[in-house]
Design a protein around this ligand. Structure first.
Ligand code: UDP
Length: 474
């Protein structure tokens, strides 16, 4: 749409042009980052696609044409879970090929927009998701600074950043990659090839996703600053190593303290209201299950997990995106599941996850280990059962289960099985293992809270970043 020049809208404030990657797991943190920048005195132009804009409006049941994101967030509408007015099913996520095309196509649009809104390049900076394939080039062409925003852990950034080392050492981009431990990445004492992001474990590296990653990290090398949604104390050696490479700021968790409701609507799908059902459940008795917004599971995996959930005897709240197996298979749960689970659990298409996680009735989270989900679970003090499916989720699981001992792994030693799932659920929700893990999560929660409190590392890092940008932008 039409954009007034920053000087008109923001007076003499330094101007941040923030460009969001059109995926749910990226929209949520980047909106909160933009709000934080605005709160610190920057004029912010937020750039998103019309598809995302319209989808967030539809999720709230408002007309996309007259949609005001701030007003809409205030009058959030919910469909009661399990009630007659069930939320409409989420739309399927676009295929990755489309995403690839979009990433390239956006470049021309963003350049046109930047040329309109950049009045004074010296006082403007571009904040773009690291996965975009053009920000450093574009920023250079326009004479503005590029702030790369990384929504995944520092460890994952670090591994992508050092893909050349992985290649030179025969762990990546060869027909038969080495299987021994990787011990040469700065800041990472040792990591197994099986813990790398799924894309770095693939031998065919000619896919669209690989082309995006290679180009995006070329661009990340050209970034003036990197902001990362992590906490220094969660990944100390990696963050220290990356600081040696770039002005790298760990400023997470980005969500507002206490999960305060955002001033802007960020959900791309209508949220079912689970609060009434949760209110009737005993404390820490409910297993929350979600595979996030993007990943798919196979029908077989889903059936094993469903069998495990039933056999565990636990109560559950399961977010089942209608496309979680595939768009052609909207009802993939095993026959008889609903009857067997009667009175013990509910299945919803989408919910307000942070509200669910922070409810006293929730005792564990069976998660695909998306980074937002991991941070939210820790913040809510909820132990995790890790079932990663692709991309960074596999590496995130290493942090959760192996480094922090804040969760257990499902199916790490082969295909997932119902009896394994049932035993792990029982162990985490009831057994001694659960007590130990809960204690670890409690400590990590304290670490996150301290990081964003006055004097904490993320607070300090964000202050330093803001001071640096204000100095640079005059
Ligand atoms: N989410 C939500 N409702 C749901 C499922 C997920 O609000 O029913 C949110 C969740 O709180 C998180 C985001 O969607 O902030 C998913 O991001 P994540 O990085 O965990 O996974 P992705 O979807 O990117 O794989």
């Amino acid at each position: 749409g039409d954009v007034a020049p920053a000087r008109v809208r923001g007076g003499n404030k330094p101007h941040a042009v923030v460009v969001a990657l059109p995926l749910q797991g990226h929209i949520i943190p980047v909106v909160h980052l933009a709000l934080r920048l605005a709160a610190r005195g920057f004029a912010v132009t937020f750039v998103s696609t019309e598809a995302v804009h319209d989808q967030t409006a539809r999720a709230l049941g408002v007309d996309p044409a007259g949609y005001d994101v701030f007003a809409a967030a205030r009058r959030r509408r919910r469909a009661p879970a399990g009630g007659e007015e069930e939320a409409p099913p989420p739309l399927g996520i676009r295929r990755v090929e489309f995403l690839g095309a979009l990433l390239h196509a956006l470049s021309a649009h963003v350049e046109r927009l930047l040329r309109r809104v950049v009045v004074d390049p010296a006082s403007t900076f571009l904040v773009a998701d690291t996965f975009f394939v053009w920000p450093a080039t574009l920023a250079r062409r326009l004479g503005v600074a590029y702030v790369s925003f990384w929504t995944e852990p520092a460890l994952v950034f670090n591994l992508y950043y050092h893909m050349d080392l992985l290649t030179q050492n025969g762990h990546f981009r060869c027909s038969e990659p080495r299987k021994d431990s990787i011990t040469y990445i700065p800041g990472v004492a040792s990591i197994e090839p099986s813990e790398l992001m799924s894309y770095l474990q693939e031998t065919d590296t000619t896919s669209v996703v690989h082309r995006i990653i290679f180009k995006a990290f070329d661009e990340a090398r050209g970034a003036d600053y990197v902001l990362c949604n992590t906490v220094e104390e969660l990944e100390p050696s990696t963050v220290a190593a990356l600081r040696g490479e770039k002005p790298f700021y760990a400023v997470g968790p980005i969500f507002p303290a206490g999960f305060a409701r955002s001033a802007v609507a960020t959900s791309m799908w209508a949220e079912s209201d689970c609060s009434r059902w949760l209110a009737d459940q005993p404390p820490a008795s409910v297993l929350y299950i979600s595979f996030g917004s993007y990943a798919h599971v196979t029908r077989r995996e889903l059936h094993e997990i469903a069998g495990g959930v039933l056999a565990s005897g636990a109560r559950f709240l399961w977010v089942m995106r209608p496309d979680v197996v595939s768009s052609d298979d909207p009802d993939p749960l095993p026959e008889g599941f609903a009857a067997a689970a009667e009175g013990r659990g509910i299945v919803v298409p989408w919910c307000c996850q942070v509200e669910v996680l922070s409810h006293a009735a929730v005792g564990a989270f069976l998660t695909h280990c998306g980074w937002n989900s991991v941070l939210e679970s820790v913040w809510a003090g909820v132990p995790m059962l890790c079932f990663p499916l692709l991309t960074d989720q596999i590496t995130n699981r290493r942090l959760v289960a192996r480094e922090w001992r804040a969760g257990v792994s499902i199916g790490e030693r082969g295909a997932v099985r119902a009896d394994e799932v049932a035993a792990l659920i029982r162990g985490v929700m009831g057994g001694e293992e659960g007590v130990r893990i809960r204690e670890q999560v409690r400590k990590l929660k304290g670490t996150l809270e301290a990081a964003v409190a006055p004097g904490g590392s993320s607070r300090r890092n964000f202050d330093e970043f803001v001071d640096e940008l204000k100095r640079r932008c005059g």
